[in-house]
Design a protein around this ligand. Structure first.
Ligand code: C2E
Ligand code: MG
Ligand code: MG
Ligand code: MG
Length: 291
């Protein structure tokens, strides 16, 4: 109706598009409100050390329960937050809760756990060059920065601006570990490993999906694991859902796995229960493949 009155052809901005835009706008407002009221929560997914059979690290994954839409996926609301300039506030809330919970865990019988925290590339554009904004939070909870892993994506490496590099160097100088997330989904990924100081490489779950049945995929994954290990970096395989996949990875000497087979992301209380149950190491016989 509006379009017609302004003399533009109908259909360039249809009612459904208008609805979608206003829905998006509403979602952004709701997200802004939820961040302000600290209503976002965290789930933690165990990362398993294949050699010791124990949980070595946790990945912090943000959760948003919308009063009307229910659980919204971070794959949907993280881009929304980036678009709406909300990612800094969201990231600060995530860092605060993750550090608080890691400190609680370390003090209640799990002193060796590390926490892996996702950071959006945009966040590196706004924190101070010394990354004190983040280091202060880490230290506020009495944590050793060496127990914090910062997960970045290949997009950050692709931009490879000095601005990002300065902040990453500051974090690493303080002791923080650096991980590349979703490795292998971007462009010429291997090249970055030569030039970037990374401690951990998280292989995207698309590489493990057809393991062990597809020979091509088996060779590829084996090769990537070898390259990363030879460069002196640790490997985490994401999205491990079956016993067969885990067996393959153990055979290949891959130390760390993460996936629904071992555990879904868990709210804090469930995590404590899980960690307590598996304190002596995971009982592999209890694992059931995700269907
Ligand atoms: P990601 O960092 O690659 O996190 C792993 C995602 O894979 C999580 O999805 C996790 O639940 C899922 N996953 C783990 N194991 C399995 C498995 O065996 N099978 C399958 N199919 N999926 C598995 P989630 O929690 O929905 O998060 C999606 C993405 O949203 C994350 O991918 C990350 O990019 C982003 N994200 C989540 N939390 C945060 C955050 O606090 N800050 C930022 N900047 N991004 C976040
Ligand atoms: Mg991640
Ligand atoms: Mg990932
Ligand atoms: Mg990701």
């Amino acid at each position: 109706f509006v379009a017609k009155r302004q003399g533009r052809p109908l259909g360039t901005y249809s009612a459904s598009m208008r609805e979608e835009v206003s829905q998006r706008h509403q979602m952004q407002q709701d997200l802004a409100e939820a961040i302000k009221l600290a209503q976002l929560t965290m789930a933690y997914q165990p990362i398993w050390d294949n050699r010791s059979g124990r949980v070595a690290k946790l990945e912090a994954l943000v959760r948003w329960y919308h009063p009307h839409w229910g659980q919204v996926s971070p794959a949907d609301f993280i881009p929304l937050a980036e678009e709406a300039g909300l990612i800094q506030g969201l990231g600060a809330l995530v860092l605060w809760q993750s550090c608080r919970d890691l400190a609680r865990l370390q003090q209640s019988g799990f002193p060796d756990l590390q926490m892996s925290i996702n950071r959006s590339t945009l966040e590196f554009q706004t924190i101070d060059p010394e990354a004190n904004e983040w280091l202060r939070v880490i230290r506020h909870f009495g944590l050793d920065p060496a127990d914090i892993i910062i997960e970045i994506t290949e997009s950050l490496l692709m931009e490879s601006s000095d601005q990002h590099r300065v902040r990453i160097d500051a974090l690493r100088e303080a002791g923080c570990k650096l991980a590349i997330d979703d490795f292998g989904t971007g462009y010429s990924a291997l090249n970055y490993l030569r030039t970037f100081p990374v401690d951990l490489v998280k292989i995207d779950r698309s590489f493990v999906r057809h393991i062990p049945f597809n020979e091509q995929d088996r060779l590829l994954l084996d090769g990537i694991i070898n390259i990363v290990h030879n460069l002196g970096m640790q490997v985490v395989i994401e999205g491990v859902e079956t016993r067969e996949q885990l067996n393959f990875l153990c055979q290949k000497g891959c130390a760390f796995t993460q996936g629904y087979l071992l555990s879904r992301p868990l709210p804090y209380d469930d995590l404590v229960e899980y960690l307590t149950l598996n304190r002596q190491g995971m009982n592999l016989a209890n694992l059931t493949t995700v269907s």
